[in-house]
Design a protein around this ligand. Structure first.
Ligand code: NAD
Length: 269
C-alpha cells in the first residue's frame, strides 16, 4: 500500500493544503521548506487531520539538502511513494527591465529546484513504483506578459514533466504536472522584480481567484487518483488553454493588449 508522501514548500499555501489533503487519508508526510515555523504549523495541522510524519529544513536550490531529505525518508519511512515538487517563488517585470540575477534566482528555485527534487528521489521512486507531482503554473502554457522569467521556469517544469512521463513509464513511475492560475497564498511575500508597481498587480491577480488553495489541493487529489497527467484546476485556465490550442494568434493578440495595459500601470522607472 502506498502511503508515504514528500512535499517541498510545505510550510505555506498550496504545499500545506496538499499535506492536509493527503493527511486526511492517513498518509505519512515528509514536509520540507526553508520556512521552519511554517513547517511546524503544517505538521501540527496534519496530525489533527489524521496524518503523521516529520519536517526537515530544505532549500531546493541545494542538491545536497534534497539528497539528505531523501535519505531521511529512507531512514524514517523506509522509502517514499509520492513526491510533490511544490516550492516556488514569484517574480515579475518586463523583459527589458529584468536583470540576469533576477533570471538566475527564478530558474534556480522554480525550475532547477524541481529538477533536483526529481533527481534526488528517483532511486526511491523506482523502487516503490511511485509518482511525481510537479507544481508548475498556467504560466507554463500561456506565457502572460511581464513575467518572462517565471514563464520560462514553469514551462521548463512542464517540459521536464513530459520528458519524465515518457521516460519513466517503463519503470512504472507515474508523473503529473499541475498548472493553476493565480490563487491566494503567501506567494507575493517572495516576489522579486525590478518594478514595485508590478508586485501590486500580481497581488490583485492572486486575490481575484474564484478558488482557494484548499480547492486546488482537493482537485489535485482527485485528478491524481484518476491518472490525469496535465492537471488544470481553474475552469478559466482550462478554457484559455483550449483557446490557445485552437487559435493561438487570438490569444497572443489578447496578451499583447494586456501588456499595453500593464505598461501603463507600471511604467519603466
Ligand atoms: N499562488 C498562485 O497564484 C500560484 C499560481 C500558479 C502556481 N503556483 C505555484 O504553486 C507553488 C506553491 O506556491 P504558493 O502559491 O503556495 O506560495 P507560498 O509562498 O504560500 O508557498 C511557497 C512555499 O515555498 C517555500 N520556498 C520558497 N523558496 C524555497 C526554496 N528555495 N526551498 C524550499 N522552499 C522554498 C516558501 O518558503 C513557501 O513556504 C509554487 O511553485 C508556485 O509557483 C502558485
Amino acid at each position: 500500500m502506498q502511503n508515504r508522501i514528500m512535499i517541498t514548500g510545505a510550510g505555506s499555501g498550496l504545499g500545506r493544503e496538499i499535506a492536509l489533503r493527503w493527511a486526511h487519508e492517513g498518509w505519512r508526510l515528509a514536509l520540507a521548506d526553508v520556512n521552519e515555523a511554517g513547517l511546524r504549523e503544517t505538521l501540527e495541522l496534519a496530525r489533527e487531520a489524521g496524518g503523521e510524519g516529520f519536517v526537515q529544513r530544505c532549500d531546493v536550490r541545494d542538491y545536497s539538502q534534497l539528497t539528505a531529505l531523501a535519505q531521511a525518508c529512507e531512514e524514517r519511512f523506509g522509502g517514499i511513494d509520492v513526491i510533490v515538487n511544490n516550492a516556488g517563488v514569484a517574480s515579475g517585470g518586463f523583459f527589458a527591465e529584468l536583470s540576469l540575477e533576477d533570471w538566475d534566482w527564478q530558474i534556480a528555485v522554480n525550475l532547477m529546484g524541481v529538477v533536483k527534487g526529481c533527481k534526488a528521489f528517483l532511486p526511491l521512486l523506482e523502487r516503490s513504483k511511485g509518482r511525481i507531482i510537479n507544481i508548475a503554473s498556467m504560466a507554463a502554457l500561456m506565457q502572460g506578459p511581464g513575467m518572462s522569467n517565471y514563464n520560462v521556469a514553469k514551462a521548463g517544469v512542464l517540459a521536464l514533466s513530459e520528458s519524465l512521463l515518457v521516460e519513466l513509464r517503463q519503470l512504472q513511475v507515474a508523473v503529473h504536472v499541475v498548472c493553476p492560475s493565480f490563487f491566494q497564498t503567501n506567494l507575493l511575500d517572495s516576489f522579486r522584480g525590478p518594478n514595485p508597481a508590478m508586485k501590486a498587480q500580481v497581488g490583485k491577480l492572486l486575490e481575484g481567484s474564484p478558488i482557494s488553495a484548499v480547492d486546488i489541493a482537493a482537485y489535485i487529489h482527485r485528478q491524481v487518483a484518476a491518472g490525469e497527467f496535465l492537471i488544470l484546476p481553474h475552469e478559466a485556465g482550462r478554457q484559455a488553454w483550449q483557446l490557445k490550442c485552437e487559435a493561438p494568434a487570438r490569444l497572443y493578440d489578447e496578451m499583447a493588449e494586456v501588456a499595453v495595459k500593464m505598461r501603463a500601470k507600471a511604467p519603466a522607472r
